[in-house]
Design a protein around this ligand. Structure first.
Ligand code: PHE
Length: 425
């Protein structure tokens, strides 16, 4: 089995998986919709108390068992093996619409570089969203087929430093904008009344899990390529802090822009694609800024897409004996098939289901609901079903981590899943 070349190789890959559209596109959107500072506070709490312990559990189970998610669940209890394939289906479903948005960022990047002036409305009135989705899926498939070290690790070693560099430069630039103070105030001042709102708690919790990408078998799979001498607790804390840093920097980039140009902070998923280009238009170096912003989004998206695909690649190669290339080809075809309706829902076809665009529906079903279910499955399987002596020392030795992963995480997940199910009905 392949291994990361070093501790840094693993850290870069894990940060690459965590930092993605979730931080730069989804996070400011959800902060905007949930009233700013209170949400941010709850997000930090959920992150440290629940998402981080689950990350430690996943990585250490991966390294201990050296098994893909299907075999690892089968090891915990034989009947759970089939549920591993459910995890693969959910991650592939998330990937399918995630790549559509990644495709938008790729198309916007090319448009800024070429100097074309096209609005989001014009963009989705063409079939470019389908073409860019296919391009994003193929690039992801190619990186993944090139192997753990030569593909995943090497792309992360270029793109992750670039992502942080662009984020930092753009955040510094934001401090010069007239709306900097108002933007930051909106982002960071908690409104105590919102703390009593269950919806904000649920959203903050879901976002912490989405952002770190825990409970999806990703970190378990990345853990299987980890060498023995890396300290998992420290590495996990580093990844979590860098992920929080990326979201925070994204907030510092986006809200000052929103407030400087009189945009709507609760504009929803279109914030990055409709509102921000309007802001870039009004700036002296807008074209460079726009190109940097979309280069940032696409790089961050690509390193996360690769990790979402790796869960199924590892499962298929080790349980079906397929080569990485074959698995990559097959799985990319599956993702293209699954993602096409989402791509078409933001095209002249306007594909809707029950009044929702297909992509928004996938975000709700797979990215919000499905994600919580696999997280519940993973937290319960590896703390309750796995016999105590098989639980890795990294988790069992710390009472806090162990109780969080065994009691607190499943309990909170069960509450939020019930809450979401009631809403869905
Ligand atoms: N964590 C990544 C992000 O924030 C992508 C991801 C989403 C991974 C959902 C797993 C599950 O964009």
């Amino acid at each position: 089995m392949e291994r990361w070349s070093s501790r840094t190789g693993f850290l870069l890959a894990a940060v690459g998986s965590a930092v993605g559209l979730g931080n730069i596109w989804r996070f400011p959107t959800i902060v905007g919709e949930n009233g700013g500072g209170a949400f941010y506070l709850l997000y930090l709490i959920s992150f440290m108390l629940f998402a981080l312990p689950l990350m430690m559990l996943e990585v250490s189970i991966g390294r201990r068992t050296r098994c893909d998610v299907v075999s690892a669940l089968g090891l915990a209890r034989r009947e759970l093996r089939a549920s591993g394939w459910l995890v693969c289906i959910i991650t592939l479903s998330i990937l399918s619409y995630y790549l559509v948005v990644a495709g938008w960022t790729l198309a916007f990047l090319l448009m800024y570089v070429a100097g074309w002036d096209i609005t989001f409305q014009q963009f989705v009135s063409s079939y470019w969203p389908v073409a860019s989705f296919i391009a994003a899926a193929l690039i992801t498939g190619i990186v993944s087929s090139s192997g753990v070290r030569r593909g995943i690790e090497s792309i992360n070693s270029y793109l992750m430093p670039l992502v942080f560099l662009i984020l930092i430069v753009m955040a510094l630039y934001s401090t010069t904008l007239p709306g900097f103070r108002d933007g930051v105030r909106f982002f960071l001042t908690p409104d105590p009344r919102s703390l009593l709102d269950g919806e904000i708690w649920a959203a903050a919790f879901g976002q912490a899990f989405f952002s770190l990408g825990v409970g999806q078998g990703i970190l378990l799979t990345y853990g299987t390529y980890l060498k023995r001498d890396v300290e998992i607790r420290k590495a996990s804390i580093t990844v979590a802090l860098l992920d929080i840093l990326a979201s925070t920097l994204a907030g510092f980039v986006i809200f000052p822009l929103v407030f400087s140009f009189g945009l709507e902070p609760a504009a929803g998923p279109e914030l990055a694609f409709v509102s921000l280009p309007r802001a870039f238009e009004g700036m002296p170096s807008g074209r460079i800024l726009g190109a940097s912003f979309f280069a940032l989004l696409f790089s961050a998206a690509l390193t996360s897409s690769v990790s979402l695909l790796e869960v199924s690649t590892a499962a298929v190669t080790s349980t079906k004996g397929l080569s990485r290339r074959r698995a990559g080809l097959g799985l990319t075809s599956v993702v293209l098939f699954l993602g096409l309706p989402s791509a078409l829902s933001y095209s002249p076809l306007d594909l809707m289901v029950y009044g929702n665009r297909f992509l928004d529906l996938m975000d709700m079903l797979a990215g919000t609901f499905g994600l919580l279910i696999t997280a519940l499955l993973i937290s319960v399987a590896f703390t309750w079903a796995l016999s105590r002596e098989l639980i890795p020392e990294e988790v069992s030795a710390s009472r806090l981590t162990y109780s969080a992963a065994r009691y607190a995480v499943p309990l909170v997940l069960a509450i939020i899943i019930s809450w979401r199910a009631i809403q869905l009905i």
